[in-house]
Design a protein around this ligand. Structure first.
Ligand code: NG6
Ligand code: CA
Length: 530
């Protein structure tokens, strides 16, 4: 009896040590994994992150069942590199040619087939894998011109997804069609599709020619082919029966997602859902428009995004899968109001006192905190205790974390920017696993956050670049990505990045510059010179 407490101590020590050694549970049945990624949703856009004007009760359900991270990062402030990073565990600038940050709808596949991706890793572990919604990682091999009338490959199915139903790039870029398992849905062979980002091959009027046909007026870049009342970036001909209507998109997402869940309920599955909201063009289902508590069209489409999330959660519940499903809900980059279409988003949000970046500086395209710090919720009711975590986590970490959880192996050289966050997920008091994160913007702008410090080296470009076809580099949104002097901020004291400490703290500039250089980041001109 005397030794009883010692025995308890020893037993817990053994438990502790064995947990440390394996770092992850060996679940009887591996969890299903669902990654829901919104498009351009900001740190302050959800009610669980403090938004008052836009209730998001469904997404909040994930927060109430899991961990709400307050330092969760997309590693880039545009879609393509962030999605690349989530799927590969590598920062996109390691691989993607010419520092591409936004791909056109006819761009080649950005992930080399044969790369170990998150879906491929899980597929090898016996998971059924699927993707529904936004892709924006290119299609085809880049050698033969992309032909949307046959098998459009390589694409998601050649990098690990068994099933795919995607739109190729963004809703504001042609072709405005769905591709299901590499083929355009509803294509009439007698009306073949052609796509160009250079020549006007459009068989419908352009936005510049017939503004009277538009639901929303647009800037020059977004004023090419009009498809169902919205002018887009790029020119499209044919495929009329296959062209989607914007208001149908959320319904297709829900139907296809629920279908996938029902079909694969008995097997572990990995499902990646790329929601289209609140990216432009913002079009809401008439039943959602003006719903109570929203702030204009941007608020409406956030509610629409929340509705879709609710449908996914309901399906999981109905299929009794909630408990053993790991969900990540996040966004690919920070928010923006005007992004090509005159939809009054800013005026309406201002009137409702809604700040999409939740008090952080900056917006999409840039490298301030509001540009890349995003909502980041992770739940797994069977294993992950509920709470809030201020530990740093990045989309790249999904690979190593899911490997730890499922027992998958990551070979040397793969997923080099991925850290296993299982200890942080499992224990609210665990030490931070991640100390730094690199943030990538357009125009070769980079930043590094290390602990509380943040460095943004001058990028010394003369004109903004990397925004895709037709964009105007003098546009103030893009011009803001040009960083003329080195910036250093202390985020603990100055979370809104208002006070540049670079000249006061040269040793910190040096330390963070060295750290950034060590990551292997290229083409940061301000960094090379010091
Ligand atoms: C830009 C588009 C923008 C959006 C973005 C990609 C302008 C003028 N144009 O070139 O509308 O499509 O590319 O956004 O801003 S992302 O979230 O997919 O990266
Ligand atoms: Ca985006």
């Amino acid at each position: 009896m005397k030794y009883y407490p010692v025995a308890i101590f020893l037993t817990s020590l053994v438990t502790l040590l064995s947990l440390k050694a394996s770092e992850a549970p060996a679940p009887a049945k591996p969890p299903n994994i669902v990654v829901i990624m919104a498009d351009d949703l900001g740190f302050g856009d959800l009610s669980c992150y403090g938004a008052k004007a836009v209730p998001t009760p469904n997404v909040d359900r994930i927060a109430s069942r899991g961990v709400r991270f307050t330092n969760g990062y997309a590693p880039a402030s545009t879609c393509t590199p962030s999605r690349y990073a989530m799927l590969t565990g590598d920062y996109a600038w390691r691989q993607i040619a010419k520092q591409t940050t936004i791909l056109d709808g006819d761009a080649p596949l950005a992930i080399e087939p044969g790369t170990l991706t998150l879906p491929e890793m899980l597929r090898r572990m016996g998971y059924a894998t699927g993707i529904v919604g936004k892709w924006h990682l290119g299609l085809g091999d880049g050698k033969t011109p992309l032909n949307f009338n046959g098998e459009v490959a390589p694409g998601p199915r050649q990098i690990g997804f068994d099933y795919s139903i995607i739109i190729p790039a963004t809703v504001d870029r042609v072709p405005s069609v769905w591709l299901e398992n590499d083929r355009v849905v509803g294509l009439d062979p007698a009306d073949p599709i052609s796509v160009s980002y250079k020549n006007n091959i459009s068989d419908t009027p352009l936005g510049t020619e017939r503004p009277d046909l538009l639901m929303q007026k647009a800037d020059k870049q977004h004023s090419n082919s009009i498809i169902h009342g919205i002018s887009r970036i790029g020119y499209m001909k044919g495929g009329h029966a296959a062209r989607f209507k914007d208001e149908d998109l959320p319904h297709t997402v829900v139907d296809k997602t629920v279908d996938f869940l029902e079909k694969h309920q008995s097997k572990p599955f990995f499902l990646h859902v790329g929601l289209f909201e609140p990216h432009v063009p913002r079009v809401a289902d008439p039943r959602i428009v003006g719903a109570t508590g929203s702030c204009g069209i941007r608020g409406d489409v956030i509610r629409q995004m929340d509705w879709q999330t609710g449908k996914i959660l309901d399906a999981l519940e109905r299929l009794k899968l909630t408990d053993n499903t790991l969900i990540l809900f996040t966004s690919d980059n920070g928010p923006i109001f005007f992004d090509g279409y005159e939809d009054n988003a800013k005026a309406d949000a201002d009137a409702a006192w809604h700040d999409p970046a939740g008090g952080l500086r900056g917006f999409k395209y840039l490298v301030y905190e509001g540009s890349t710090r995003v909502p980041f919720l992770m739940s797994w009711p069977a294993k992950v205790p509920v709470g809030v975590s201020d530990r740093m986590i990045c989309l790249t970490d999904m690979m190593a974390t899911c490997a730890a959880i499922t027992g998958a192996q990551i070979p040397a050289g793969a997923a080099v920017d991925s850290l296993n966050q299982w200890p942080v997920l499992q224990d609210r008091s665990a030490n931070a696993i991640r100390e730094s994160v690199v943030q990538q913007g357009i125009s070769g702008a980079y930043a590094i956050r290390h602990g509380d410090w943040k460095l943004i080296p001058a990028n010394a470009v003369k004109q903004a670049n990397g925004m895709g076809s037709g964009a105007n580099p003098d546009d103030p949104r893009f011009a803001a990505a040009i960083v003329r002097e080195t910036l250093l901020f202390n985020l603990a004291e100055d979370p809104a990045e208002t006070k540049n400490l670079a000249s006061e703290r040269p040793e910190k500039v040096k330390e963070l510059s060295a750290l950034l250089r060590k990551t292997g980041v290229r083409h940061v001109s301000g960094l090379e010179s010091d």
